[in-house]
Design a protein around this ligand. Structure first.
Ligand code: SF4
Length: 756
């Protein structure tokens, strides 16, 4: 059995007392989100009410899930924590490193050939430390989590932004960086700013061509790509009850596209049906016993404006199918004539080249069955495909069942390519072109979540539009971006006009789910004997060496780069081709800060070395300083390190000898990541002091031996002409974070505390 019923029962055993106490302390009825948050406090039962959007709170998540690209560095770090097992149930899923090219069998084999070293590493580390391992081809992390691990009222974190998908089964599930996951694996609390709450009241009933996907496409259109930032989106109302559990998952999944911390739905019969269908009747039974604690209080939903920070109402009966894009998932257009107009105005290619159905967003049995009902009509009505079609089932269980029930065969009869149960085209792992940069302008429609330029096929000229699986199928068959299956006719092979009927499908397989090998490898009870071997010549994996403490004497440090303007985690540690090196700190450090703009020449990756006065790449310059035993500092502008939570953006500079990052302001997660890696993350007490920093400066930290919470540090900047400026630098280190600094990293401290 993959899931842990005892852990779930433990959560339910405390939820009543903790929620009742939280209701008493806050003096009001509670939303579902608050119930889950307050019942997962690290310190147990609440003793105070937290201020939304302000208070930082320590939580104790129930589970962790990692995907293969992010798990590499997370596990490499965990191996340094000196633990014999992970502290909370954890799984690793191999789904990102599999390319979609020819079709499932050969693509999977190619991935095994190309990335066996990484897969073997993840498998053996999982086995050693008690982590469940899902093999390549087992499925996409979030579909597998929904089928096996998600449970109403639970809290999980995952090293992937679409971890939020598990909200479809009533969880608070949040995407985090590897460093956060490592903390929880090692038995430490996980800190989160207590989120704001957005309530979405669903009324009416979804029907016809409208799908759950259209709910989130509509929400994205209303609130925009940043509208959910710092908030949990909680769906409720009579319309929610009519949605399937996997449909709810789709809606929560794309909460990431509005920047929401996560999204969730209250426990209802659709979730119970899904739990029972996926062989988890014991979870459903346990949930039923505490079900009023697994949804928001009735008083909240009766008067949502009083309890949520923002309320949106959507009448599902009036909702029509939408097509969002191109290049951003919040640009919403109703299918049909509205699209004709917009496409003409914006010169979007009307001819659709590909339809892609799948990804973690829309690859459930229900999704495939509804899309296949459209594909079957094309066969029955003599329609020929006008574009190509690709299908990525979400899991082996979905694939096996869909094949058993003849669903995949319908697509195959239309010459669709059935790709591996993996991310494939959704993460750019789609071998569509040999030279994507020079590929032609074109339109594609897919049922995924993200449609940024180049995301699917690397072609900046591909206009990708997001839709439901059934609309994707219909548009792909018609070949036209502005096709409206509700009103438009198509001409079949006999020259006759035909129309599609409404899609039909099954929420759950009528004959139940079935699978031969779901691809799960349970870890050994005692994995202590498992040897982890990493080839020292590997270019993709490198065991980590603990960072040496920087210490209280930083004198003679040199300026590595003064970054001008926006410096996101992408500028600090680029993605794209560098994904390949996510498990090799030294190799990936060759992308360190290569996207940051040098304030002295406005060029990227071109900085002056004070060792020889020459200009060169940032990583090369940093390595030269490190080899000479000289620490460096990085200076930056506002919101330094915004973007993703990837820990590489902190580990790389640390690895290359950067002792301090001094900026006008930080993106908070990056600031914490710097602290965790045992370096100094500081802000100018006087912002304009940024202008005092000159290209040939040398820095002396005058009072680092008095490093203490709330006490600013004093830095002497010595200019080339011998003149000096004193810079006062603020910091937000608390005492335990100062311990991280003193020990060289948070992991070093954990290891020390474990006596390892
Ligand atoms: Fe991410 Fe796409 Fe994979 Fe989902 S299918 S986990 S969005 S890459």
């Amino acid at each position: 059995m993959a899931f842990d019923i005892d852990m779930i029962k433990k959560v339910y055993a405390t939820i009543v007392e903790r929620v009742d106490k939280a209701r008493e302390i806050t003096g009001k009825p509670l939303t579902l989100s608050e119930k889950i948050l307050y019942s997962h406090l690290w310190d147990g039962t609440a003793t105070k009410a937290f201020v939304r959007g302000k208070d930082y709170v320590d939580f104790a998540p129930d589970r962790i899930a990692c995907q293969d690209a992010t798990a590499q560095m997370a596990l490499l770090q965990f191996m340094q924590a000196g633990k014999t097992k992970v502290a909370v149930p954890t799984t690793v899923h191999c789904d990102h490193l599999i390319q979609a090219k020819v079709g499932a069998t050969s693509d999977l084999q190619a991935a095994m050939n190309n990335s066996s070293e990484v897969f073997n590493f993840l498998e053996s580390v999982s086995n050693k430390y008690g982590i469940g391992f899902w093999k390549p081809g087992a499925g996409i992390i979030h579909q597998v989590v929904l089928e096996n691990y998600a449970f109403p009222g639970g809290m999980m974190i995952g090293t992937d932004s679409h971890t939020v998908n598990a909200g479809g089964l009533g969880m608070v599930a949040i995407g985090v960086g590897g460093a956060d996951a490592v903390d929880v694996m090692a038995g430490m609390p996980w800190e989160l700013k207590f989120p704001k709450l957005i309530g979405v009241k669903l009324t009416g009933k979804i029907s016809g061509w409208t799908a759950p996907k259209d709910v989130i496409l509509k929400v994205a259109g209303i609130v925009s790509a940043k509208g959910g930032t710092g908030a949990i989106v909680e769906y409720f109302g009579p319309g929610a009850i009519g949605l399937s559990c996997t449909g709810k998952g789709t809606i929560c999944n794309m909460g990431a596209e509005i920047g929401a911390t996560t999204s969730t739905f209250g426990y209802d019969e659709s979730m119970e049906r899904y739990l029972r269908a996926t062989d988890r009747s014991d979870v459903a039974d346990a949930a039923n016993e505490v079900k009023e604690y697994l949804t928001g209080d009735a008083a909240v939903y009766a008067n949502p404006e009083q309890y949520f920070d923002q309320v949106i109402e959507i009448n599902l009966s009036e909702l029509t199918p939408l097509l969002n894009g191109p290049f951003t998932p919040d640009l919403s257009t109703t299918v049909g004539s509205a699209m004709t107009k917009k496409a003409q105005e914006n010169d979007w290619p009307m001819q659709v080249e590909w339809g892609l159905i799948g990804s973690c967003t829309n690859s459930s049995y229900e999704d495939l069955s509804r899309a296949s009902s459209i594909a079957q009509q094309a066969l029955d009505k003599g329609l020929k495909m006008k574009s190509e079609l690709g299908i990525n089932p979400g899991s082996e269980q979905v694939r096996y069942t869909a094949e058993r029930d003849g669903i995949l065969q319908v697509f195959e009869k239309l010459d669709a390519k059935i790709f591996t149960n993996a991310c494939g085209p959704c993460i750019g792992q789609w071998a569509r072109y040999s030279d994507p940069k020079n590929a032609p302008k074109n339109s594609i429609v897919h049922s995924f979540n993200r449609n940024f330029a180049k995301r699917a096929d690397g072609n900046p000229n591909t206009h990708a539009f997001v839709a439901s699986p059934e609309i994707t199928a219909a548009i792909a068959i018609s070949g036209r971006l502005d096709f409206n299956p509700i009103t438009d006719k198509l001409i079949n092979e006999n020259g006759e006009e035909v129309m599609f009927d409404e899609p039909t499908g099954w929420e759950l397989p009528p004959k139940g789910f079935e699978v031969k090998d779901n691809g799960f490898l349970a870890p050994e009870e005692d994995g202590s004997h498992v040897q982890i071997t990493v080839n020292p010549d590997s270019e993709r994996l490198e065991l980590l060496t603990p960072f040496t403490p920087i210490g209280n004497e930083i004198n003679g440090a040199k300026l590595l780069i003064k970054a001008f303007g926006k410096c996101t985690t992408d500028h600090i540690s680029m993605a794209g081709p560098w994904l390949r090196f996510r498990g090799h700190l030294d190799n990936i450090s060759n992308n360190c800060l290569i996207g940051a703009v040098n304030a002295y020449n406005m060029k990227t990756n071109f900085v002056k070395s004070q060792l020889d006065g020459e200009y060169d790449a940032v990583p090369k310059t940093a390595r030269a300083y490190k080899a000479a035993g000289i620490y460096t500092i990085v200076v930056g502008d506002h919101n330094y390190g915004e973007g993703s939570s990837r820990e590489h953006a902190a580990m790389e500079p640390r690895h290359l000898g950067v002792a301090a990052v001094l900026v006008k302001s930080f993106a908070r997660i990056h600031e914490t990541n710097l602290k965790k890696q045992g370096m100094l993350g500081l802000t100018f007490a006087t912002e304009t002091d940024y202008n005092l920093i000159l290209e040939d400066d040398t820095f002396n930290f005058l009072d680092l031996n008095e490093f203490a919470p709330g006490k600013p540090l004093t830095i002497e900047a010595v200019h080339a002409d011998g003149s000096k400026d004193i810079i006062v630098a603020n910091h937000t280190y608390n005492q335990s974070q100062i311990e991280w600094y003193n020990e060289g990293s948070a992991l070093n401290l954990i290891k020390k505390e474990n006596g390892a």
